[in-house]
Write a protein that binds this ligand. Structure first.
Ligand code: UD1
Length: 432
């Protein structure tokens, strides 16, 4: 371990502010999705594995990618950003400890542990922060590390991981955790021998990480299925890679249009990644056309209620749960939502109720009785997707709604206000 805790001079990337949204405008037009947040974060972290230079394209310029870049710089990487291109020079990394202040800012910081262990066989970090949507332990990550022969000790809130050699092994995940699958992949890339991860997460972001690592010289197969095989290689090479489109942002934009009864052509998406979301939108009454890298949506006059159960991919994504709850607040009929991934992901519903939504939450279930109209209110974002859900509700409400705490929304959405305004919304941002 190097240096003492809490002595880092870290530039804060924090904006406090509000969106003022005048509701009742029908959204129409053509926009594009940004690069994926959840693919960019592990890929940025994975760049550390290469003792060289990595160029990444289509990385969204959002709070979470800024924090990841801050951590990479703090560890010794040189990082340059020109619009959506990021160049990372990781030849000078000399520190294996992730500062507590940065670690607590974002859940995805935990993925850096796998990259540091993979390259240096050494990492020190504390439990990560992130949105408050449940306990979010990291036991599955640590169990996967231990399977690969990593020694783990815990001391004054810090977790220290070291080993002499990383030897490929079989890893069975009790639950297909996205982060644990990614962390295990990163540790195994430069290991001796072959690692097989069973009950792996199958999310498209895992496939994107595999594609990036393979372009850098790794030998990984099976991402997108339940079993991933990683044949250890001795060394990686410099590469360039374009990150996949953001399927959750895409789903949010489609739902925003649907809730206003509008029409949109959404470009730069992978329609296949959106299947569970598009199927539910069709059930709600939307007409949907898919092209190679675009989706066209025409909303009905009145949406219909639907029931949803969140599941690991290819099931309905938990990250779209709040967005759909918002949409269903004014749908015809009663919807039942079951949240199966995170145990505390309905906090935002109290804010929707302030706008007149009829939602009853019991444990993991939310029952939504569609109402004719939502009212303006002053509301607070409580987490990233819950914050986006409030924007959708405001687009559909009468009068001017003020959404506060937008720093949660800025964590994960690139220019959401500008994209919606380009479709005819009336959103102004007030930064304090
Ligand atoms: C990732 C996504 C997040 C998404 C989630 C589920 C990123 C940056 N974030 O988060 O947007 O909502 O997948 O699709 O990609 N769990 C444990 N122990 C562990 C790890 C996870 O019990 O060690 C539990 C979690 O508490 C949760 C469930 O497993 O209940 C799923 O978590 P996981 O798939 O790991 O989500 P993240 O990778 O954190």
């Amino acid at each position: 371990m190097q240096g003492k805790h809490n002595i880092y001079n870290i530039r804060r990337v924090r904006i406090c502010g509000s969106y003022i949204i005048t509701g009742g405008k029908k959204l129409e037009g053509e926009i594009s999705a940004s690069g994926s947040k959840n693919a960019s974060l592990p890929i940025l972290a994975a760049s550390i594995l290469n003792n060289g230079i990595t160029k990444l394209y289509n990385v969204p310029n959002i709070h979470d990618t800024k924090v990841m870049i801050e951590i990479l710089r703090n560890l010794g990487c040189k990082v340059k950003r020109v619009r959506d291109k990021i160049v990372i020079d990781s030849r000078e990394v000399k520190k294996y400890e992730i500062p507590e202040e940065l670690m607590r800012k974002m859940r995805s910081s935990v993925i850096l542990a796998g990259a540091l262990i993979g390259r240096f066989k050494n990492a020190t970090f504390c439990c990560p922060g992130g949105c408050d949507i449940g306990a979010r332990p990291i036991d599955l990550h640590l169990k996967a590390f231990e399977n690969l022969g990593i020694n783990i000790t815990k001391n004054t809130g810090y977790i220290h991981c070291t080993c002499d050699t990383i030897v490929g092994e079989k890893i069975h995940l009790d639950f297909p955790s996205v982060g644990a699958t990614q962390n295990a992949m990163l540790v195994a890339v430069l290991a001796k021998g072959t690692t097989i991860i069973s009950n792996a997460a199958m999310e498209p972001e895992i496939v994107d990480l595999q594609n990036f690592l393979n372009k850098m010289g790794a030998k990984i197969t099976g991402a997108g299925t339940k079993e991933i095989t990683i044949k250890g290689v001795e060394k990686l090479n410099n590469t360039g890679y374009k990150v996949m489109p953001d399927r959750i942002e895409a789903g949010t934009l489609l739902c925003a249009v649907a809730t206003t009864g509008g029409k949109v052509r959404l470009n730069k998406v992978v329609p296949e990644h959106l299947t569970p979301v598009l199927e539910k939108l069709k059930e709600c009454g939307c007409e949907i056309e898919e092209e190679k890298d675009a989706v066209i949506l025409q909303a009905p006059k009145k949406l219909k209620a639907v029931d949803i159960k969140t599941m690991p991919y290819p099931g309905f994504p938990t990250d779209m749960q709040a967005i759909f709850v918002s949409l269903l607040c004014t749908a015809k009929g009663t919807s039942i939502i079951t949240e199966n991934i995170f145990e505390n992901r309905y906090k935002y519903t109290n804010e929707l109720k302030r706008m007149g939504a009829k939602i009853m939450v019991e444990g993991r279930t939310a029952i939504i009785k569609g109402t004719r109209k939502l009212n303006k209110a002053v509301v607070e974002a409580t987490d990233l997707r819950g914050g986006a859900a409030l924007i959708l509700a405001a687009l559909n409400a009468s009068g001017k709604t003020e959404v506060n705490n937008i720093e949660y929304i800025l964590r994960g959405y690139e220019n959401l206000d500008q994209k919606l305004n380009a479709l005819g919304a009336k959103i102004t941002k007030e930064v304090r």
